[in-house]
Ligand binder design. Structure first.
Ligand code: NAD
Ligand code: UFG
Length: 341
């Protein structure tokens, strides 16, 4: 089976590509590299033992999408391409609606034009907004509180309407919790541009000496140690979840599931685990809460287990170990001079 992976050069996409290739699929990466590095594609090839096909394209280019789907006889699409910064979505919402919503509209039109019926979409736990109860089940009310989250919800709704109108479509919506870690080889990992927004890459950059300390946003939440609690899951487990979703679409036409571990970890727990993994003290500084953050968020994983037969198998220790292996072997990420050697 040939599968198009939009956003396949990105953090999660690169790990999805590796797992797809390991499972014997051919892949076509469709990415405009607006938030990724070409070196990531080379590294995917090193891990998989064969170079993936890459199309340098934008998902808003419907013609190029359609010709790629047709030329490579793709039978499914895993759609990860999207912009993901909450803060940027607040300051520049048009860019987010254009890229994420309009981009996905172009993709589904191209799929219809070329007779491709299977789609796996990267959604996010952010569609739930502030939890009314925990753990978050898939039928929890949906109330995203920023433009990024609203683009994800709009896409989910658009895909729901499409599925209702066309019985031949098979669509899986995956709501990721907090992806963390890196491939166990240390060859691919998360390499955010500029200052990391997310806690795990920030921690890794403190540990490698690129930043003096981690700023912890809030120490007065209603959580066991006062810091924010999240459901971190290993990016390889997350990638495997995409394979299980593709398989499950053979049995079921519509899927909407959380991908998480069901376990909550506080920022202080994470700092301690990372410090143990890298063998270094991680200086922290406390600051006021970050706007828009909730105290706790973690998934109910029952539906993923039931429908996909999937559950996360790697623990926090493995996430920290692999994140550190990636960061310590590539101190400057893919831009490291050693990257191309
Ligand atoms: P990423 O930025 O590393 O990867 C996204 C990839 O999409 C990049 O390679 C980028 O160049 C590409 N891209 C963006 N817009 C494009 C366009 N118009 N045309 C072609 N390519 C384009 O991000 P990631 O962390 O790997 O996230 C992948 C997906 O998962 C995104 O849709 C994101 O919203 C979603 N998600 C991520 C998280 C997270 O915490 N990382 C959580 C929930 C959901
Ligand atoms: N945090 C810090 N310091 C930092 C960064 C984060 O203390 O420098 C804290 C946050 O306050 C929060 C926790 O670490 O308590 C996790 O924050 P992240 O930014 O790593 O993750 P979020 O849960 O805020 O959001 C992430 C993605 C969203 C996605 C969501 C759910 O950024 O896009 O997970 O999947 F929607």
């Amino acid at each position: 089976m040939t599968i198009m992976v939009t956003g396949g050069a990105g953090y999660i996409g690169s790990h999805v590509c590796v797992e797809l290739m390991r499972a014997g699929h051919s892949i076509v990466i469709f990415d405009n590299f607006c938030n990724s590095h070409r070196e990531a594609v080379n590294r995917i090839g090193v891990i998989a033992g064969v170079s993936p096909t890459v199309i340098d394209g934008d998902v808003r280019d419907r013609g190029l999408l359609a010709s790629t789907l047709a030329n490579y006889r793709c039978s499914a699409v895993i759609h990860l391409a999207g912009l993901k910064s909450i803060a940027e979505s607040v300051s520049d919402p048009i860019r987010y609606y254009d890229n994420n919503v309009y981009g996905t509209l172009g993709l589904v039109q191209a799929m219809r034009d070329t007779g491709v019926h299977k789609l796996v979409f990267s959604s996010s736990a952010t569609v739930y907004g502030a939890p009314v109860y925990l753990p978050l089940r898939e039928d929890h009310p949906l109330a995203p509180c920023n433009p990024y989250g609203r683009t994800k919800l709009m896409i989910e709704q658009m895909l729901g309407d499409l599925a209702a109108s066309d019985g031949s479509l098979k669509i899986a919506i995956l709501r990721y919790f907090n992806p963390a870690g890196a491939h166990e080889s240390g060859l691919i990992g998360e390499d955010p541009r500029g200052t990391p927004n997310n806690v795990m890459p920030f921690l890794a950059q403190v540990a490698i000496g690129r930043r003096p300390h981690l700023t912890i946003f809030g120490k007065d939440y209603d959580t066991p140690d006062g810091t924010g609690v999240r459901d971190y899951l290993h990016v390889t487990d997350l990638a495997v979840g995409h394979l299980r979703a593709l398989d499950a679409l053979e049995r079921q036409d519509r899927i909407k599931v959380n991908l998480g571990t069901g376990r909550g970890t506080s920022v202080l727990d994470l700092v301690e685990a990372f410090s143990a993994a890298c063998g270094k003290h991680i200086p922290v500084v406390f600051a006021p809460r970050r706007e828009g953050d909730v105290a706790s968020s973690y998934a109910s994983c029952d539906l993923a287990q039931q429908i996909l037969g999937w559950r996360a198998t790697r623990d926090l220790k493995a996430m920290c170990r692999d994140a550190w292996k990636w960061q310590s072997s590539n101190p400057q990420g893919y831009g490291d001079p050693r990257s191309s050697s």
